[in-house]
Design a protein. Sequence first.
Length: 294
Amino acid sequence: MSRPPAPPARPPVLPQRIAPVRPLHPDRPLHTDRRFPDPPPARDDRRAIRAAVRARRRMEARERRRSGLAGRPRIVVGAVVGVLVLLIGVPLLLAFGPVFPVRTIAVSGTSGALGAEVRSALAGELGRPVALVTDQDVAAALRAVPAVERFTLVRRPPSTLEVAIVPRTPVAQQRTGDGWAVLDAARVTIEVDPARAAGLPVLTIPSGTAASGEVYAAAVSALRALAGADPVVTAVRATSADDVQLTLRGGVHVQWGGAEDGAAKAEALRAALVRAADGATVIDVSSPGVVLTR
């Protein structure tokens, strides 16, 4: 009896390696059944997630700021260059360019002949850039005008030069070889005229008087003490700083003395003129407490 043929041999079944499923949370059991979902993350995990989100947002904000500042250096450099051009270029244009030359010289503080003389002395500044005209330039030009005591210079672009003048105040006149010299309190000769000026007292200081500067100051102090009201002084003679003599309108002679107590002497002189008897020709106020008349 013969045997049935043997069935063909099946290939061997090799075992397959299945990668283990790693749980999201190693410390918790893995639930494969959807009926039993994973529990929500713990509070610590939520804090970690929020911290990670905040860190990500901060990083994105830094990236946005960095990308925004990337084009700013050029803008900043351009703005700085523009400001430098305005601060340096415009003054240089005003100073050295021919755009704003002096075309008008305005004089204030005086008028008439003195104003015309000042404008004539400053005519050399016409055509120069306004910004280049200095106080020293104006002072040098006004040395030719002795009647100017001081001045203030104002530059008014585009083309005006304004000079405010303080003229000297004449206090006396003195006879010289060239005529009558009009003097101010500093003994500066304001002008010399061939004719005697009306309203100014005539000053006489004998030649050869020692310390003539002090003598002149004593005479001026007497004139200032009596300035602006009666009596009117027509002449003043000083032989020393302690011997000043005045002549009043009407011919009365006054022994003034030195420069001290000017206000008291002026008050005593006015009172003596009121009380003086007719015919008094000399009043001595050199000691204002004891006034003598004769």
